[in-house]
Design a protein. Structure first.
Length: 477
């Protein structure tokens, strides 16, 4: 049996007091009683909404062989007979295990941050690096104060490549996380107005992302977006903290990893990538110029950490749009079909523009229409009205003639659109959902996007429910 951690190594890393006869080792780590597997350790951390200590018995029922709990909660757990490691603070203990994991690892490590595109980039890295060795990468977005240490602590000792997403909503959040991850290569995908309400301006967002440089290993590299307005500022920050290699990607003539040409299709794109003076044609299995831009950062990182570049490029053809981030569905309606572009996972001004680009590039059939189904972008603070109004520009430029909206903030976009656009506005997601389900016709292409808080996933689910998916997905439009 090869353990993720022996109990002995866990105690050495975390400290803590063992109770009962600990197993020799654990096969995995879970913080969610619903997904804990047999032989895994359950760490009872306080998550975003619940405290894991309340779920300890469910975790045991799920097969956990060991639980890590806090001293202060021990009296309440008195009846449990499972082996435990009792620590002062469970999240701190997980962090210590994460640090020990990084210390024992011989893996080449990539960290990805940025205002948008982190998960997409991380998933592409997972695929691109796989032909070169064993990859460990975060589940879902797992990029915060518990997601990063959990992902690190879960990294098997024999990992060849580790890929980490590092996120933030506020200044100061990236610094402690990247110091655990200690990447050889750190990517900043782009700087844009996400969580803008928590900042004074975009420059402050850039400064917060720049914290990622402070954790880069000696001799390591930063990969920056050459087309972004904050490139110079970020490069200067990287230099200021002593990052030895500052590289860039993008369409800019001076980019080290240059996107020389882009041919976009509804299913994916073909790019011409220039790396080390050599041009390669690369097929990407998910559509959108923004995905191609992320792919350039991926190829650059693969090159810097010594992956086999032929297979890395070839692997990008197998990339699929992630759920809620551009995933496509072809749904049956009458004799025809609908195309649904699911962007329901989240929205900010940058990702809205990228998704409008996806809609513009899709081709309706028959008498179908291009329809943007949009909800509020949250966390925009005092900038909210402006950034919602400003979506009128890209929608008009893309020739989108049908815009269906819900949410208090979207009144600003409703009022900003001219009469030439068919606008339907609803106060609530539920009303918009009814309208969408009842108004679609064969040949329509819908792009559904909003901040998570609006619950636009329900619109996607209702469409899939009412209009059964086509088995044949080879001829999506
Ligand atoms: N480089 C990019 N530029 C602009 N928008 C992007 C980019 N990459 C992804 N997006 C958009 O952002 C959305 C979220 O992408 P994701 O990779 O999940 O970002 P993150 O993990 O940073 O939140 C996608 O659905 C897409 O609309
Ligand atoms: Mg993410």
């Amino acid at each position: 049996m090869s353990w993720l951690w022996t109990s002995e190594a866990m105690i050495a890393a975390m400290g803590g007091r063992p109770i009962g006869t600990l197993p020799e080792g654990i096969t995995g780590i879970s913080i969610d009683s619903r997904s804990v597997g047999p032989g895994e350790a359950f760490f009872a951390i306080k998550g975003d909404r619940v405290d894991g200590h309340d779920y300890a018995s469910l975790a045991i029922a799920g097969g956990a062989s060991l639980i890590v709990v806090s001293e202060s909660k021990l009296p309440a757990l008195g009846r449990l007979t499972i082996p435990m490691i009792v620590v002062e603070d469970v999240l701190v203990a997980l962090g210590k295990l994460a640090v020990a994991s990084r210390e024992r690892s011989g893996a080449r490590i990539v960290a990805v941050t940025g205002s948008v595109g982190k998960t997409t980039t991380k998933e592409m890295l997972r695929q691109a690096l796989a032909p070169s060795g064993k990859v460990h990468a975060a589940v879902a977005s797992f990029n915060n104060h518990w997601g990063v240490p959990l992902t690190l602590a879960r990294m098997p000792a024999d990992t060849a490549f580790g890929v980490f997403e590092v996120g933030m909503n506020h200044a100061g959040e990236i610094r402690p996380l990247v110091k655990m991850v200690r990447p050889h290569v750190a990517i900043i995908t782009t700087i844009a107005a996400a969580h803008l309400g928590h900042f004074k301006d975009l420059e402050e967002i850039a400064a917060a992302k720049a914290e990622i440089f402070e954790g880069i290993e000696p001799g390591g590299a930063a990969i920056l977006n050459r087309d972004n307005a904050y490139f110079d500022l970020l490069a200067a920050q990287a230099q200021a903290v002593g990052v030895s290699h500052i590289c860039s990607f993008g369409q800019h003539a001076k980019a080290d990893f240059r996107l020389a040409d882009f041919e976009g299709g509804p299913e994916g794109s073909i790019i011409w990538a220039v790396l080390n003076g050599e041009t390669t044609e690369v097929h990407i299995g998910a559509p959108g110029r923004h995905v191609a831009e992320n792919a350039m950062a991926v190829l650059g990182a693969a090159l810097l950490i010594g992956a086999d570049m032929g297979p890395a490029g070839a692997a990008l053809a197998g990339v699929k749009a992630v759920k809620g981030r551009g995933e496509r569905h072809r749904l049956g309606i009458g004799e025809g079909h609908l195309t649904l572009i699911d962007e329901s996972y989240n929205a900010n001004p940058a990702s809205m523009r990228a998704a409008i680009g996806l809609l513009a590039a899709a081709t309706p059939e028959l008498t179908g229409r291009r329809i943007a189904v949009l909800g509020d972008m949250l966390e925009m603070g005092e900038f909210s009205q402006q950034v919602h109004e400003d979506l009128a520009g890209p929608l008009l430029a893309a020739g989108i003639e049908h815009v269906w909206l819900a949410g208090a903030e979207m009144t600003a976009l409703r009022d900003a659109l001219p009469d030439s656009v068919e606008v339907a506005y609803f106060d609530t997601t539920a009303e918009l959902l009814d309208h969408v389900v009842n108004s679609v016709i064969p040949g329509d292409v819908l792009m559904v996007k909003s901040s998570l808080g609006l619950g636009f996933g329900k619109i996607v689910a209702a469409l899939i429910d009412n209009y059964p998916p086509f088995a044949d997905t080879d001829h999506q439009s």
